[in-house]
Ligand binder design. Structure first.
Ligand SMILES: [Zn+2]
Length: 164
């Protein structure tokens, strides 16, 4: 039998060369000094390799991952708060638009009539004074509409919650 190849020696060392082929190879190694020495070398190498362990993760690995998750969670909460803060801003914008529309309407109505214009000059300061109440009225109207809407939507939401 000719000398064993490196592949055969490695397979013999790590135990994957079995059966009659493995037996013949082992017998050759016992008789041949060169192949025996190579097998000893490969066996030592296999022993060293199997003794290697997976590298340990850094001690602060878990803490770092958890901290990163917390930062992400905080970002999500901030975004939610921003959305919630946008709702009053939207209501304020609507209130401003309605108030401005009412003022514009009153101005146009009065400017359309020349007699009334004279009256407008006289009562102008009075109207200017009631602009704020007009705006508040518009806001209250909006609040009533929103309350009515939420009352209408609530039973449906309650039903969905009870059903789940
Ligand atoms: Zn040999």
């Amino acid at each position: 039998m000719s000398h064993l190849t490196d592949t055969q020696l490695q397979s013999l060392a790590d135990g994957t060369l079995r059966g009659p082929e493995g037996l013949a190879a082992r017998e050759h190694c016992e008789a041949c000094a060169g192949c025996g020495a190579s097998l000893t070398l490969y066996s030592a190498l296999v022993g060293r390799l199997s003794a290697l362990k997976d590298p340990e993760p850094p001690a602060d690995f878990t803490a770092t991952v958890l901290a990163a998750l917390e930062v992400r969670e905080a970002h999500l909460v901030t975004r939610r708060h921003t959305l919630l803060a946008a709702i009053p801003a939207l209501a304020l914008a609507l209130f401003a638009i309605i108030g401005w529309a009412l003022n514009t309407q009153v101005n146009r109505l009065i400017e359309g009539v020349s007699v009334a214009r004279t009256v407008w000059v006289a009562v102008g300061p009075v109207f200017a004074a009631i602009r704020l109440p007009l705006g508040i009225g518009a806001f209250l109207f909006l609040a009533v509409v929103l309350t009515a809407l939420s009352r209408t939507l609530k039973p449906a939401y309650a039903r969905v919650t009870a059903g789940s």
